[in-house]
Design a protein around this ligand. Structure first.
Ligand code: ATP
Ligand code: MG
Length: 486
């Protein structure tokens, strides 16, 4: 069988072979070639040792504990710029479900294939001979479309518990099932995932979320008992029934919302926000005798805090955390284009920031689809978007005010935190009435504000916030009445 291997890879393996060594493509790239998918990266395995590999190529680097040598090629293709060549390895003893106590090299390909996670990842390919070495039935499993551990599943997960999450990730990416024995072993060994570093968990979790099928994958993860070790708060949402507007419990609603983001191929931030936007519902659920239904007051505030903690715990980048938290905090914004005022639209934009208003709307779309309700008619969304465009012509951030901190200092305000409070108080007023955004009006108002004591200024800020909260509540109330939801 001849697989199509790029010339750069062909050259590398020829070089190893001419020097008297063995060389095989192995792992994800062979699997992907057999599935006719484009490999993400190319891995070569060989009986040469790191120093021997380095001698054969002009530009290499070797700075890890696994014997992997990075060979720099002249390829234009970013996936081929660095090719990793790793000596055959045999896995040493594991005493911590995390990594072997030591990394041992081996002289045989067979040893190396035995230590790999799944049969479909344990096929080697000799590119010059066009020969596959498949000692664990990988091709058969590719045909059956299953993920099955190499050797004894239980043992393999006890060596490295991350493999359980890798099984879920691969099944989501490839749309494969998990082999029954392998699944049973995961169900058994799930708690071992606790020993894995959060960074490794994060990498696989993010790939699950970024895959085309995150809903299915998280369902399976839950059924097999490992979701609890990734995001325990999601498990708390199972069986949490909602009000009459919802057909699904909170858990299913969140997964369906996420799946819609994946169907739309929206970026990670929207996917995470969709998955976590109602995570504050379980702890805020109260029965209302008056409404004869469940209420979730403040779930967006509680949920934003919970989501932040979850994402920090998963060591996600702080920029991502910030965006997702803010999308969740403001996801209850009022968006009925027939009723919303421009000043309410300006506030919504000011809340999430100009750069993220489109994402907030996309999150709303996911939320809506996730309830099983019909999707918002496109013309209504377009109408809201055009209001956003209109609102953006007016000032919606302190930076857009016709006054700034240095001008306040020229007017006599000493440098310090009061400057920020005054600017925010001015913005509050301009959000309500953009006509006030003139140098003259702002300076006059600033002079009044400057006379206020620290306490008064702070109180004004608080009042502003409270008023915002009240307005928001009134808007939400309207929304509920309109849609008969709460
Ligand atoms: P992709 O490149 O699409 O992410 P991949 O299968 O190549 O998928 P990598 O993380 O790049 O995944 O790993 C390369 C290969 O190394 C795998 O195919 C597998 O053979 C082996 N491998 C990776 N992680 C483990 C592990 N935790 N335990 C055993 N073998 C592993
Ligand atoms: Mg790979």
């Amino acid at each position: 069988m001849k697989l199509s291997v790029p010339a750069e890879i062909q050259v590398l393996s020829e070089t190893l072979k001419k020097a008297g060594f063995e060389a095989y493509l192995v792992g994800g790239c062979v699997r992907d070639l057999l599935l006719e998918r484009e490999p993400k990266d190319w891995d070569i395995t060989t009986n040469a040792k790191p120093e021997e590999i380095q001698k054969l190529f002009s530009e290499t680097f070797y700075e890890n504990d696994f014997g992997t040598v990075g060979v720099v090629t002249e390829s234009e293709n970013p996936r081929l710029k660095v090719v990793e060549i790793t000596p055959y390895r045999i896995e040493g003893k594991y005493s911590n479900a995390r990594h072997p106590d030591e990394v041992k090299f081996s002289d045989t390909l067979s040893d190396d294939l035995k230590r790999r996670d799944f049969t479909i990842n344990a096929i080697a390919y000799d590119a010059s001979e066009g020969k596959l070495i498949d000692e664990h039935g990988g091709q058969e499993d590719l045909k059956r479309r299953v993920i099955a551990a190499v050797g004894d599943s239980e043992e393999r997960f006890k060596e490295d518990a991350l493999r359980m999450l890798r099984a879920i990730r691969l099944s989501a990416e490839l749309d494969f099932a998990i082999d029954a024995k392998t699944a049973a072993a995961i169900a058994n060994d799930a708690p071992l995932l606790e020993k894995i570093s959060r960074e490794r968990v994060r990498d696989e979790f993010v790939r699950v979320i970024q895959s085309p099928r995150p809903m299915q994958a998280l369902y399976v993860a839950e059924k097999l008992g490992i979701l609890k070790y990734v995001i325990p708060e999601l498990v708390e949402a199972i069986g949490v029934d909602q009000n009459q507007a919802h057909a699904f419990d909170v858990f299913e609603h969140l997964l369906r919302s996420l799946q819609h983001a994946a169907d739309k191929e929206w970026p990670l931030e929207i996917r995470l926000a969709a998955l976590l936007h109602d995570i504050g519902k379980p702890p805020t659920r109260r029965w209302s005798d008056e409404k004869k239904d469940w209420t979730f007051h403040g779930h967006e505030v509680v949920g934003a805090k919970m989501a932040k903690k979850i994402m920090r715990d998963l060591r996600l980048p702080s920029e991502t955390i910030e965006i997702v938290t803010s999308l969740i905090r403001w996801h209850m914004f009022f968006s009925d284009p027939d009723q919303v005022t421009l000043s309410a639209v300006r506030r919504t934009i000011a809340n999430v920031g100009v750069d993220h208003i489109k994402e907030l709307l996309n999150l709303r779309i996911c939320d809506r689809i996730g309830t099983g309700r019909p999707k918002e008619q496109p013309f209504r969304l377009r109408k809201y978007m055009s209001m956003v465009d209109e609102a953006m012509r007016d000032p919606i951030s302190v930076a857009m005010l016709k006054i700034n901190g240095s001008r306040l200092m020229e007017l006599g305000e000493p440098a310090g935190p009061r400057i920020g409070w005054i600017l925010h108080a001015l913005l509050e007023e301009v959000l309500d009435d953009p006509k006030k955004n003139t140098e003259e009006a702002l300076e006059n108002r600033a002079r009044e504000l400057m006379k206020m004591t620290e306490g008064e200024l702070k109180e004004m800020g608080e009042k502003g916030k409270e008023r915002k909260g009240e307005e928001e509540k009134a808007e939400i109330q309207q929304l509920r009445m309109k849609h008969h939801v709460s």
